[in-house]
Write a protein that binds this ligand. Structure first.
Ligand code: CIR
Length: 262
C-alpha cells in the first residue's frame, strides 16, 4: 500500500509565489473543495492519506511535494528555492521522521521536490530557477550510486526552460511511458522511454500523478487526456483549477511513498 501526505489549503493561498503564470483571483472555498476531492482521488487509488492542517503563514504550503523527497530507503527534507517557502519544511520533516531515516539539503543548496522525478533507480533532477547545482550535488551525496550500501540511485541533472519545475514538463504515466512537453525539456533526455507528447494547446498538461496503475489528472487538459486514454492510461480526473492559478499541479499536492505499514 502507499501513503500520501497532504496539507489543507491555506486561506492565504492568493499570496502564493508565481513564476510563469499570471496572478488571477483565487476562490479559496473552491480551492479547498477541489483539494478535498483530490484527497478522495488519492484514497480511491488505494493511498492511506495523511491530512495535515493548513499552515496559514505559508500561502504555498498545500504544495507539500516541494519540501521533501521520499524514497523507499530514506527521506530528504529539501531547502526550497523560494525563501518564502523554507518555513514549510520543518512540519513535513516531523511527519516523515517516523517513516524513514531523514536527511536534509543544506545551504547554499536548494531543491524543490517538483524538480525531482524518480524512475526506477534513476533520479532526474530539473536544473530550474528553484534547484541549484549545490542542491543537486548534495542529493547525489545522499542517494547517489555509492550511497545506501552501494545500492544508491543514478542522479541525472536535466535542463528545463520556460517552466517552474521538471515535473511541469515531464512525468511518468505508466511503466516505461512518460508524458512530456518537448518545448520545456529536451525529449532526448527521456529517449529510453516511450514518450506521449502533450497537445500543443495545453502546455501545462505534462503533470500527471501516477498511483499504481492509475493516473490522477487535471480536468482542464481534455485534448492531452484523450491522448493518454488512447494510449491505454487509466485516468482519474480531478478539477484543480484554483490550485492551477497558484501554479500548482497534481503531483505537487502530495508526497506519495510506499507505506511501511503495508
Ligand atoms: C510555487 O511557486 O512554489 C507555488 N506557487 C507552486 C508550487 C507548485 N509545486 C509543484 O508543482 N511541485
Amino acid at each position: 500500500m502507499q501513503a500520501a501526505i497532504t496539507r489543507d489549503v491555506s486561506r492565504s493561498l492568493a499570496a502564493c509565489e508565481l513564476s510563469y503564470v499570471d496572478r488571477t483571483p483565487i476562490d479559496i472555498e473552491r480551492a479547498q473543495y477541489q483539494h478535498a476531492a483530490y484527497r478522495r482521488a488519492l484514497e480511491a487509488c488505494g493511498c492511506r492519506v495523511i491530512a495535515l492542517p493548513a499552515l496559514e503563514a505559508y500561502p504555498d504550503a498545500v504544495f507539500v511535494e516541494d519540501v521533501a523527497i521520499v524514497l523507499d530507503e530514506i527521506a530528504i527534507s529539501t531547502r526550497p528555492g523560494a525563501p518564502s517557502r523554507r518555513g514549510e519544511v520543518a512540519s513535513i520533516a516531523d511527519a516523515l521522521r517516523d517513516v524513514r531515516p531523514l536527511r536534509s539539503i543544506e545551504s547554499p543548496g536548494t531543491i524543490d521536490g517538483g524538480d525531482v522525478l524518480r524512475i526506477g533507480r534513476t533520479i532526474y533532477v530539473g536544473q530550474s530557477r528553484r534547484t541549484n547545482a549545490a542542491g543537486i550535488a548534495q542529493l547525489a551525496e545522499l542517494v547517489g550510486a555509492d550511497s545506501i550500501g552501494g545500492q544508491g540511485y543514478t542522479v541525472q541533472p536535466v535542463p528545463i526552460r520556460e517552466c517552474l519545475h521538471l515535473k511541469s514538463s515531464v512525468t511518468l504515466v505508466a511503466d516505461g511511458v512518460v508524458l512530456i512537453n518537448p518545448d520545456w525539456v529536451d525529449a532526448n533526455a527521456f529517449a529510453a522511454f516511450r514518450r506521449i507528447e502533450i497537445d500543443a494547446d495545453e502546455p501545462h498538461a505534462a503533470n500527471g500523478l501516477r498511483i499504481g496503475d492509475r493516473v490522477i489528472y487535471p480536468a482542464s487538459f481534455a485534448k492531452t487526456a484523450r491522448r493518454l486514454v488512447e494510449a491505454g492510461v487509466a485516468l482519474d480526473i480531478v478539477d484543480v483549477s484554483e490550485l492551477q492559478k497558484a501554479e500548482g499541479a497534481v503531483t505537487c499536492c502530495s508526497l506519495v511513498f510506499r507505506d511501511a505499514a503495508s
